[in-house]
Design a protein around this ligand. Structure first.
Ligand SMILES: Cc1cc2nc3c(=O)[nH]c(=O)nc-3n(C[C@H](O)[C@H](O)[C@H](O)COP(=O)(O)OP(=O)(O)OC[C@H]3O[C@@H](n4cnc5c(N)ncnc54)[C@H](O)[C@@H]3O)c2cc1C
Length: 395
């Protein structure tokens, strides 16, 4: 019987397992997960999950089809791999041989390199991370958030609701600039300032103060901010070390073709946050996309590619051009987006904007590459659908 090993048992790994069954793969599935819990949904961890007393079981993601002959190896990590001899070595010294391999090992938070490990300094990726932070977010606590991306802003909003004082430190001039640009970033900044969040923009953090527990944050301009709690939210590092030594391109993720086939490796595909792939909807440049719908979409394509290869069938000829979609909940507003707004060189506010629910179109030259809305669901859905239908492609 053929065996497919899936490394990573979160959203991407689970959806890849399902999609392999849906694509007709009848062999054995072995899913290796460094985490000890069944797959769970991460978005609530930085939103309502920080405010409510939820249990991890409520966040569990379930398989939508019968996975049949599937073994889950929880609390085990792949440490090395030999893609020529087709095996993966796990951290308990055991070895799993495979006919096909799915790389679904995701990402981890990037760390501030100069910083020492101190109590009170947190990152946010796992259920355990959210529980640790939640315990420290007591009313009156002084929280400093390093990084002004989505996770930093969402946690700032929760922390204000929990009665903490919040300062966001970022080398960017406005929050969310790298993903949605200055215009939308400015609206988000004002929303936070109206609720008492203080921004220290245009200056990065260089390290932390304190012996065992953090007492403050040092900034690049030499100033110091007092802190009882720190959240580091400064981007991500792909989990690819276990693939080293196989001659793969592992610069910022695993390089794939448009069928999610890993370049220079037979019978190996990648899915989700770790996969760097070209999306011809935009251009031919391979990119990683850290949005919830991408593990789902890439799992579909990767499973068809791998199941086809294992059965000796022709590759899927249709062009793979998934439309990225993401959302963020902060205070009483919901920001939603389609496409890749960060590729734009111009942002246009649309006539459909109403009062405090603006909608923006993101243009690169004459091509629309994204749409972002605050609330305004019907307009967003209509514009998103139009974007999805468009042949937004440059060559
Ligand atoms: C706090 C938070 C909030 C988010 N909010 C949103 C949102 O509002 N909207 C949105 O669109 N997206 C959001 N996202 C992004 C979304 O959750 C991710 O895109 C999605 O979880 C990626 O799934 P994945 O399976 O590719 O990777 P991951 O979820 O990172 O899973 C990878 C798994 O592989 C495991 N692993 C790593 N290395 C190994 C190894 N060597 N061996 C075995 N296992 C390994 C990891 O422990 C992990 O369990 C959010 C993410 C976070 C963290």
């Amino acid at each position: 019987m053929q065996r497919v090993v899936i490394v990573g048992g979160s959203l991407g790994g689970l959806r890849a397992a399902e999609q392999l069954r849906m694509a007709g793969f009848e062999g054995e599935l072995a899913i290796v997960s460094a985490e000890t819990h069944r797959p769970y949904n991460r978005p609530p961890l930085s939103k309502e999950g920080l405010l409510a007393t939820a249990s991890i079981d409520e966040l569990e993601l379930t398989a939508r089809v019968d996975l049949g002959e599937a073994s889950w190896l929880f609390g085990r990590a792949a440490v090395t791999s030999d893609l020529v001899n087709r095996s993966v070595e796990l951290d308990d010294g055991s070895r799993l041989e495979f006919d096909g391999l799915v790389i679904a090992s995701g990402i981890r938070p990037r760390r501030l390199s100069a910083a020492r490990p101190l109590a009170g300094v947190h990152v946010m990726r796992t259920w355990q991370d959210s529980q640790g932070l939640k315990a420290d977010l007591r009313p009156g606590a002084r929280l400093v958030i390093v990084g002004a991306g989505f996770i930093g802003c969402e946690i700032a909003a929760c922390a204000r609701e929990l009665g903490c004082s919040v300062t966001i430190v970022s080398s960017d001039p406005v929050p969310l600039r790298r993903s949605v640009g200055r215009v939308v970033g400015e609206i988000v900044r004002v929303a936070h300032e109206d609720r008492g969040v203080v921004f220290r923009s245009g200056v990065g953090a260089t390290g932390y103060l304190g012996d065992e527990t953090v007492t403050g944050v040092e900034l690049a301009d030499g100033s110091r901010l007092p802190a009882d709690v720190v959240l580091e939210a400064i981007g991500s590092t792909p989990n690819v070390e276990w693939l080293e030594g196989n001659g793969l391109d592992l610069s910022d993720g695993v390089l794939c073709d448009q069928d999610m086939r890993v370049l220079d490796a037979e019978g190996v595909v990648a899915v989700g946050d770790v996969a760097k792939f070209p999306n011809r909807r935009f251009d031919d440049i391979p990119r990683r996309v850290e949005h919830w719908n991408i593990p789902v979409e890439t799992a579909k394509r990767a499973a068809r590619t791998l199941a086809g290869a294992l059965a000796g069938d022709e590759a899927d000829q249709a062009e793979f051009r998934p439309l990225p979609a993401f959302w963020s909940k902060q205070y009483d507003f919901r920001l939603q987006a389609y496409g890749l707004p960060h590729l734009a060189d111009r942002v246009v506010e649309l006539d459909e904007s109403i009062a405090d629910r603006p909608v923006f179109s993101y243009m690169r030259g004459e091509m629309e590459v994204g749409v972002v809305a605050f609330g305004n669901g019907p307009t967003l859905i209509r514009r998103g659908a139009a974007l999805g239908r468009s042949v937004a492609r440059t060559v």
